[in-house]
Design a protein around this ligand. Structure first.
Ligand code: UD1
Ligand code: CA
Length: 456
């Protein structure tokens, strides 16, 4: 059966006090609205329409990689009005539409699946997700009669009895598309807030003798983020969930509370992660790695048995058994080979470093291709920028680059070469050669005494 989804994301979110639209605030390193979109994809919903309004251009930009369509709600007149703005998307479709909120990122795939299955199996016109709370203050209340859902009443519109209801509306639903479209025309803004409520559709369906069902789930999954405090709460819940998953898969987290792993990160078993690590984006980490404290790894691919310490690695690849850090900075588009060493205060930018190559300390390598088995002395600089252009340097296999060498790009250094410490290399060094490019040492005998500079 055809299914699609609407994601409500038009509100600014006043209580979050931000210039950024609320749904673009991140939890576990990913925008809330993108969490919701990705969850829809995981339950095989392909056709996704995001309803945008406040900051619409920015929301479009930040969701652009996810192949969704948009409906514009210029004025935020309520959740029912928001769905009305997506009529063009829904018109002519037959099947199920899931409606979710861009500010509720904690909903699990399993729960969305359960909601969809219940809706389809029971042949419902609408199925809502609810949660039972001790105190449902602020939420829309699910009102039941003989156990069946009768309607939803918003907190501000509740009478005394309705206020006592403990079942809250999570604002996540499945609807039969055609029946939803019919009911949307019937909702009014005749309520305490003067808004068009999507929740009114439930009562209207029920009055027309239609079948409405509900799935009850954990409150935690339904939390909508309205403020910075709730943003931090959502962050903690998601962090715990992600960390638990990795520990269950055989990853050691020395201190899960201080370990920050993005939702889309994959980590192999027997990898050990110390606190203070931030692992972001679509990073993949192999088996038996050790991540000592305080690194940030973003959208990178780390092979197995790699050791990393207090370093930053962005959009790069690190081969098996290589060590990185402490205090290395590996910038985008770098590929480091196997058994390599990238040591302290080394910066690598858009460069390839071959297997077994050692860049142990205080070195900058940018826009370079470095072969395997090379050794870089302390303080080497690839001078890749001439003030106008970025130029490339190539270094062959098994080359020895002495301390404090400058390699003025573009320049080539062949296989099996030596460069003497302190050289500034501007011309090609051919295979098998030693290059020395520094002034010859001259000693002036007795100079200090003659100048009367001796400290006696
Ligand atoms: C909504 C539900 C309430 C439920 C609660 C759960 C309604 C009328 N009420 O209330 O029953 O218990 O969620 O958290 O639906 N939005 C738009 N356009 C609008 C208004 C809202 O896109 O015109 C979006 C918001 O950006 C947000 C979502 O819809 O992502 C929910 O809106 P919000 O105003 O937060 O609804 P609540 O009052 O929390
Ligand atoms: Ca809300």
């Amino acid at each position: 059966m055809y299914k699609c989804a609407l994601i409500l994301a038009a509100g600014q979110g006043k209580r979050i006090k931000s210039d950024l639209p609320k749904v673009l605030h991140k939890v576990s390193g990913k925008e809330m609205v993108n969490h919701v979109i990705d969850t829809m994809r995981k339950v095989d919903i392909e056709d996704i329409n995001v309803i945008i309004g406040k900051g619409s251009e920015l929301v479009k930009e930040k969701t652009s990689s996810r192949n969704v369509t948009y409906s514009l709600q210029e004025e935020q007149l309520g959740t029912g009005h928001a769905v009305k703005c997506a009529v063009d998307f829904l018109k002519g479709k037959k099947g199920t539409v899931g409606i979710f909120c861009g500010d509720a990122p904690l909903i699990k795939n399993e729960t969305v699946k359960k909601l969809l299955n219940e809706h389809i199996e029971k042949g419902n016109s609408a199925t809502l997700l609810t949660s039972i709370l001790k105190d449902a203050t602020g939420y829309g209340r699910v009102i039941r009669e003989n156990d069946e859902v009768l309607k939803i009443v918003e907190h501000k519109d509740c009478n005394e009895d309705e206020l006592k209801a403990k079942e809250m509306n999570a604002a996540m639903y499945c609807f039969d598309i055609e029946e939803l479209l019919e009911c949307l025309n019937k909702i009014t803004n005749n309520n305490e807030q003067g808004e068009y409520y999507l929740t009114d559709v439930i009562g209207i369906l029920k009055n027309n003798g239609k079948k409405v069902g509900a799935v009850v789930t954990d409150y935690e999954e339904t939390i909508g983020v309205n403020s910075r405090v709730q943003l931090a709460e959502a962050e903690e819940i998601l962090r715990n969930r992600i960390n638990l998953r990795h520990m269950e898969n055989g990853v050691t987290l020395i201190d899960p509370k201080g370990t920050y792993i993005g939702e889309d990160v994959e980590i192999g078993k027997d990898t050990i992660i110390y606190p203070g690590n931030v692992i972001e984006g679509k990073t993949i980490i192999g088996e038996r790695c050790i991540l000592y404290p305080n690194s940030r790894i973003n959208n990178s691919c780390i092979a197995s048995e790699v050791e990393i310490q207090s370093s930053v690695i962005i959009e790069s690849t690190i081969g098996d058994n290589t060590t990185v850090g402490p205090f290395a900075y590996i910038r985008p588009d770098s590929v480091i080979g196997k058994n390599a060493r990238i040591g302290d205060f080394v910066e690598i930018k858009k460069s390839t470093i071959g297997d077994n190559t050692k860049v142990s300390h205080l070195t900058y390598i940018g826009d370079a291709e470095v072969g395997s088995g090379c050794n870089f002395g302390c303080g080497t600089v690839v001078v890749n920028y001439d003030g106008k252009n970025k130029n490339k340097t190539q270094i062959g296999d098994n080359s020895f680059v002495g301390c404090n060498t400058n390699l003025i790009s573009p320049v080539k250094v062949g296989n099996n070469t030596y460069i003497a410490a302190g050289s500034t290399i501007t011309n090609e060094v051919k295979e098998g050669d030693l290059a020395i490019a520094r002034a010859k040492q001259r000693n002036i005998e007795g100079w200090v005494n003659r100048r009367g500079l001796t400290n006696k």
